[in-house]
Design a protein around this ligand. Structure first.
Ligand SMILES: [Zn+2]
Length: 404
């Protein structure tokens, strides 16, 4: 099947996840896509497919030569709930001329706002019609993976075991919630869920959340002098003592403190912070800084301030750096299709972040699109083809490497 046909078929199935749902998967619509992929995998003659029909995960393996390392690829079935996706009408703009793309509802995709479009002149651009998102995130990734599998199922060439997994609910942070490591016994894997073709990310934030509770001293305001300690004002003071490294004024490799929740009264207040840093040492230092401030304020006012810091996830680079051939494989594959490899920093976490911590080094690859989670979302079809070729190349590179 043509990559384009695959992609169009997948995006027409609306699969938005739902962060308010109590079930997993969060929406039943994700099963519709999973069912289709299950049938398509069978049609490709894949030897071994496991469809978790309760939690909506598909694992499949195309067996290869056991002497090579086992490589895996992962994409997610769901799409973002941020924008409507009840009905998706993909529009193909052949031979894109570089001008503003006009869609329904007076939606325009302007290359000035989305500069990545400027490099796509003469190529094929696919968008939705202006009333919904496209859902290329992550159906372009799924289509590219399926296309890669089709290649190896039809062509005789040396490869190791190729594992694929399609997961639900990535967009609401539950992509690997019910993931089975047993069904995915790979040496390393790649999530196919980034932006531009050739992009690779193997650096993400170390992340923690700090929960702070301040117990003030409340008195009658008329007789408060020298006695009252206003928990809201202590919260204010605490925040002002932090360095001015906030999400709104940091970028690239810079970390931050993000006050995302504050609540309370003069007698008791609570504050929650996200702590983010790429570097593990400065991540630890940031936590220390916050604890020291709390300590100082406790002493200054003679009050109780509780601080509880919970780590959320870690930079996968700590795992990748000892297995750098995973990146070199991608580099070699990317060069072969004459695309420039672009390492990017992920100012957040990916499903691969969790997998990396749990023993599967798992960088993230681009899919050939931009402006995801919006009505401006687009993919470039030639870039999707290039990315699928990169996946094929990665498998071939992996087959140059014998299992340790
Ligand atoms: Zn995604």
């Amino acid at each position: 099947m043509e990559l384009l046909d695959r992609f169009l078929k997948y995006v027409k199935i609306p699969t938005a996840s739902n962060s308010k749902s109590k079930t997993s998967p969060s929406t039943n619509s994700q099963f519709l896509l999973a069912n289709l992929l299950y049938e398509e995998l069978k049609d490709l003659g894949i030897n071994d497919i496991y469809y978790d029909k309760e939690k909506c995960y598909i694992y499949a393996v195309l067996k290869g030569n056991e002497k090579y390392s086992k490589v895996g690829f992962i994409s997610h079935l769901d799409t973002s709930e941020d924008v409507s996706s009840d009905k998706i009408n993909p529009i193909i703009h052949y031979n894109y001329d570089g001008s503003i793309i006009k869609l329904e509802n007076e939606i325009i995709i302007d290359p000035e706002s989305y500069p990545s479009l400027k490099k796509k002149i003469g190529k094929t651009i696919i968008t939705a019609d202006g009333t919904s998102l496209l859902g290329a995130d992550d159906k372009a990734g799924i289509a590219e993976i399926m296309n890669m599998l089709e290649y190896f199922s039809k062509n005789e060439c040396e490869h190791g075991d190729i594992y694929v997994c399609f997961t639900p609910d990535e967009e609401i942070g539950n992509g690997v919630e019910n993931f089975s490591y047993e069904k995915f016994p790979v040496d390393y894997a790649y999530t196919v869920d980034g932006y531009a073709a050739g992009e690779i990310s193997y650096n993400n934030f170390n992340a923690a959340t700090a929960y702070i509770e301040i117990e003030g001293i409340n008195t009658h305001t008329g007789t408060a002098k020298g006695k009252m300690v206003n928990a809201l004002r202590v919260a204010q003071e605490l925040d002002s003592m932090l360095p001015n490294e906030r999400p709104e004024n940091t970028e690239g490799a810079e970390g931050f403190y993000h006050l995302y929740h504050i609540n309370g009264s003069s007698s008791k207040s609570s504050m929650d912070y996200l702590i983010r840093d790429f570097n593990f040492k400065s991540f630890k230092d940031r936590k220390k800084v916050l604890e020291n401030i709390v300590d100082k304020l406790c002493k200054k006012y003679g009050i109780k301030i509780k601080i509880n810091i919970e780590d959320s996830y870690y930079n996968m680079y700590e795992v990748i750096k000892d297995n750098f051939y995973i990146i070199e494989n991608a580099l070699a594959a990317t060069e072969k299709v004459r695309v420039e490899m672009k390492p990017v920093l992920t100012r957040g976490g990916t499903d691969g972040t969790r997998l990396s911590s749990n023993g599967i080094p798992c960088p993230n690859l681009g899919i050939g699109g931009d402006a995801f989670h919006s009505v401006y979302e687009y993919v470039c079809y030639e870039d999707m083809q290039a990315e699928s070729d990169i996946l094929i190349g990665i498998v071939k590179e992996s087959a140059k490497r014998y299992k340790a």
